[in-house]
Structure formats: C-alpha cells, structure tokens
Design a protein around this ligand. Structure first.
Ligand code: ZN
Length: 326
C-alpha cells in the first residue's frame, strides 16, 4: 500500500550529522531507502529552524536547510524526485523514486518580508508551517501559553499570498487563536501536518474536537503523529496511537485523516513505531481494527493526495501577482 507521510525532520539530521539522505540512518528513524521500502511514496521533508538562529539568523538558516535538501535530491536522482506541482503528483505514481515535498517549519523563514513567500516558492517550498512553538511575525505558537496572540496582519497577508501561489498552510504548532484566524482567512484547505487528539492526550500540541471538526469542514487534513508525548503522557504505544486515529476518524470522517510521523524530529520514540520500517506493521494493526482496504488507502495515501492535488495548483499567474508592490 502506498503511503504519504506529511512530516519528518530528516533534513535536520543531515545538517547536524553531515550524513546523506541516501545512506542508511542507523541511529535515526528514516532515510530514502527505508522510507521507500516501508511503502512511503511521498515524504514531506521539513526545514526546521533551531531556536538559537531565531530571530536574526532564521532566514539564513532556512535557506541553508533548503540548499542542503536540494543538494540531497540532486545527489540521489535514482532514489528521490522533487514534487512541486499537481502534475508531478500524477507522474509520481508511475515513477520508482520516492517523491519529496519540501516544507518549512516556522514563518521566521520569511524575515517579516512578504516577498519571501514567493522566494521560498521559487526554491521549491510547497508548504509553510506558520509557527513553531514560539511566537513570530505571523502568529504565536503553542509554547506561548494562555495569553497568546492570533494571526497578525502580516500573518493574514502571508496566508493570502500562499493561497495564490499554491502553497499549503500548515497549522501544526500554532496556538489556538491563530488556528481559528487562519481558518477564517484561508480561501483554500489548510493542514495540520503533525498533531494528535486533545481528547485522548491533553497536550497543547494536540487538537480539540472542535478544531478537528473545523479542519474537516474546511476539507483539510490532519497528520497523526508518532511523537510519544502527543500519544500518551504515561504509556505511549501503538494501541494508543490507533485510538487517536479512531478518534480523529470518528470526529473528522475518513476523508480528513492521514499520517505525519515526525521521524527524526522526536527526542524519544514510541515502542513499536521506532523507525520508518514499522509503517507496514501500523497498517496491519489498522486492518486489525476493522478498517477496509479502501479506508486504509484513504488514511495512508488518498487524503493527503487530494489535499496536495488541490493545494498545489496556483490561482494566479504572471501579471496578476501584484501583492509584492503592496
Ligand atoms: Zn514540529
């Protein structure tokens, strides 16, 4: 069964350990070969900006991450191919390689400049997480706590620009006010690439049932994540993760839930889901919970595929793009 995984931090691993994505990642959780072997056909690769670089050097660090990712793709043409359009998605199905979607985690990458949205787009970025846990020029992240801001005026303009270009708006990590503002502002479906259900695990990174419902109503998608703290505060395990999937499907419907592993982005691991190699086991366990092959195909592939197919087509071309002058 084909899989789309909407979040991993393996680029950070490449940056820190100077390894290559094509080499086996023995200490880590994912690499190009192991992902492909586990059935992953499209992987979102996030460029994460470490806190030490924020705010002054955030743009440079993001560009560095993008460069490293692009170089890795060029280095392994037999293993991976960059996906930047709805057409690439269709072609991908006939190709041997793993498809790679480049994403950035944190609006700090824009340096407060609207024109940077277009720059990132031209560099191949097709999804932007508006915040990480801190606040930035766009909004506050979940780490800010109770008295957080929603979307700033700049944040709203950024979403509109992303909508026009065909870039996914990712609301993982954003504090609740910003979540609701973004749903109101965005004219296209938004996503939460990696997060779980608040109802089952009360962590600020998880979504309330109200948020889950609103995300589904807007035709967006949630990537269920394997980070132990977001699964269960005491005993994270595969069974509990399956509970999150069941709950999300119950609240959102079968068409709005997918996977967002966060491989290579977690400090500890969930027993049974330590590496990408565990993905077939996860599918097997979902079968055990009574999901039909058609439902499984939606969770593993179809839902993200639909969101990407819609989300990556640009709304504006050529001279219609006048927002930079504003
Ligand atoms: Zn994250």
């Amino acid at each position: 069964m084909k899989i789309i995984d909407a979040h991993c931090d393996s680029i950070l691993d490449v940056l820190h350990k100077r390894r290559h994505l094509g080499e086996p990642n023995h200490e880590g959780q994912a690499d190009l070969v192991s992902l492909r072997k586990a059935g992953v056909k499209l992987q979102f690769f996030a460029v994460f900006i470490e806190s030490a670089y924020k705010p002054e050097r955030a743009v440079l660090r993001a560009l560095e991450g993008i460069e490293v990712f692009r170089r890795e793709v060029e280095r392994h043409p037999h293993l991976v191919t960059l996906v930047t359009s709805a057409t690439d998605l269709t072609t991908l199905e006939t190709q041997e390689q793993l498809g790679a979607l480049l994403t950035v985690e944190g609006g700090e990458a824009l340096g407060g400049q609207l024109s940077m949205v277009g720059v990132l787009y031209r560099l191949g970025v097709r999804s932007l997480g508006l915040t990480w846990n801190q606040g930035n020029e766009l909004a506050d992240g979940v780490g800010v706590g109770e008295n957080h801001r929603g979307l700033t005026e700049f944040g709203k303009t950024v979403i509109k620009e992303m909508n026009k270009l065909g870039m996914l708006v990712d609301l993982a990590h954003i504090a609740e006010r910003g979540f609701w503002d973004a749903l109101e502002v965005s004219e296209r479906p938004v996503i939460v690439s990696h997060g779980n259900c608040q109802r089952l695990c009360s962590h600020p990174r998880n979504l309330t049932d109200g948020q889950l419902r609103a995300l589904a109503e807007q035709d967006g998608c949630l990537g269920i994540t394997f980070v132990p703290e977001f699964i269960d505060s005491e005993t994270p395990c595969v069974d509990r993760l399956l509970d999150h999937i069941d709950h999300a499907v119950e609240v959102m419907g079968i068409d709005h839930v997918g996977f967002g592993s966060d491989f290579d982005g977690m400090d500890s691991r969930t027993p049974g889901l330590e590496t990408a190699a565990a993905l077939p086991y996860l599918l097997e366990r979902l079968r055990g919970r009574g999901y039909t092959e058609e439902q499984l195909d939606k969770l593993a592939w179809g839902n993200w595929f639909r969101v990407l197919k819609q989300g990556l087509s640009p709304l504006y071309f050529g001279n219609d793009r006048n927002t930079i002058e504003q």
